[in-house]
Write a protein that binds this ligand. Structure first.
Ligand SMILES: *[C@@H]1O[C@H](CO)[C@@H](O)[C@H](O)[C@H]1NC(C)=O
Length: 348
């Protein structure tokens, strides 16, 4: 009943703003058996888990308009979900190469494994000095990331998240229609969905899909045929099909009734897992007396006539605030947040 589609009437008024941000939504709790990850205090905005149980975690995001509680640069952590210790520690990965670590501000991440030689590449959206660029690293043994390349391009002006589709190619979401906040806010108020998904390869950079109010999380189906995009302020998940020339064609839209941020896909089942914000106003104001909650939503059989949308976890902020990502691995679920902690839960 919570998952009904809220069709947004666009226009300049407070009621619509409250509807967009779900400012009045009340949500019942749904808890799991969980523990907080030690040492992660300043956000784990995005994370992703390899087939062998190693999770990469992007921490310490500073994002305009959002609280952040540390002046330290962002970091990438790794957690081994197959560690026999029931509460394994996340370790900070060392970064080697030319990247300026003092201005490192990691946001969305994606992993690509090269079938030719099993090399693992980590793609990271980075906002040094408020800019927007993509870093490509190679994951080398001994907890080290080797920085290979920085990619910037005028079409990659407000990148939120990426999904890698090759050793140097990816799709990226822009969460703003213009890098300028005032112009972007104007498009939201006017109800013109001008945000894009951009395809990048060394040979070609192009808008692959457009018409998003604010394109946030992005990921790919296990068969690599479909791309999923969260249009966060429309409370929608868009399903797009990859076609010749890396164009994306709209297939369908699913309504989730929450402000869903990053998307993770279960490699085995194809289930789509969403880290969502039940209330956007609480996320931005971060009032300790009335904190932002957390919500994890799963979509099963997304390509069928009747996808099954279920709420897998819900908290009012007393355990974890501002969930932005949730990734399953075997019987575990890792949940990260924009600017607070991270949680590891047991799925029944
Ligand atoms: C959240 O829920 C818990 C458990 O029901 C309750 O003790 C707590 O007061 C609630 N917190 C807020 C901020 O509503």
């Amino acid at each position: 009943e919570d998952m009904v589609c809220h069709c947004l009437l666009k226009g300049f008024n407070l009621a619509v703003f409250r509807e967009m941000t779900l400012a009045s939504r009340e949500m019942p709790l749904k808890h799991l058996k969980c523990h907080l990850l030690k040492d992660i205090e300043y956000g784990a905005e995005d994370l992703t888990i390899l087939g062998n149980g190693l999770a990469f975690i992007s921490t310490g995001l500073k994002y305009p308009g959002m609280p952040s509680f540390s002046d330290d640069p962002g970091k990438i952590y790794m957690l081994d979900l197959l560690d026999p210790n029931p509460k394994p520690t996340a370790v900070e990965l060392q970064i080697k190469g030319q990247l300026d670590l003092n201005s490192f501000n990691p946001h969305g991440i994606s992993v690509y494994t090269d079938d030719a030689d099993s090399s693992i590449y980590l793609f990271v959206v980075n906002h040094p000095h408020h800019g927007s660029q993509v870093e490509i690293f190679q994951f080398v043994e001994e907890n080290t990331l080797l920085h290979l390349k920085t990619i910037s391009h005028p079409l990659l002006h407000s990148v939120n998240d990426i999904v890698a589709v090759g050793v140097e190619s990816f799709y990226a979401t822009n969460d703003h229609s213009f890098p300028n906040d005032v112009l972007h806010t104007l498009t939201i108020l006017l109800g013109v969905p001008w945000c894009t998904v951009v395809y990048y390869s060394p040979e070609e950079v192009r808008v692959a899909a457009n018409g998003f109010s604010s394109a946030n999380g992005i990921n790919i189906s296990p068969d690599e045929r479909y791309i999923y995009v969260s249009d966060i302020i429309d409370h929608e998940i868009d399903v797009l099909e990859r076609q010749e020339g890396e164009r994306l064609v709209h297939v369908k839209v699913g309504c989730v009734g929450s402000l869903c941020d990053n998307i993770e896909v279960d490699h085995e089942t194809g289930d789509v897992w969403l880290g969502c914000h039940p209330n956007g106003v609480k996320l931005m104001t971060n009032d300790p007396a009335d904190p932002p909650g957390s919500e994890v939503i799963k979509i099963h059989n997304i390509h069928s006539e009747k996808p099954v949308v279920t709420q897998e976890y819900a908290d009012n902020g007393s355990v974890i605030m501002g969930s932005s990502v949730a990734a399953p691995y075997e019987r575990k679920l890792l949940i990260g947040t924009v600017y607070q902690k991270a949680l590891c839960c047991d799925l029944k």
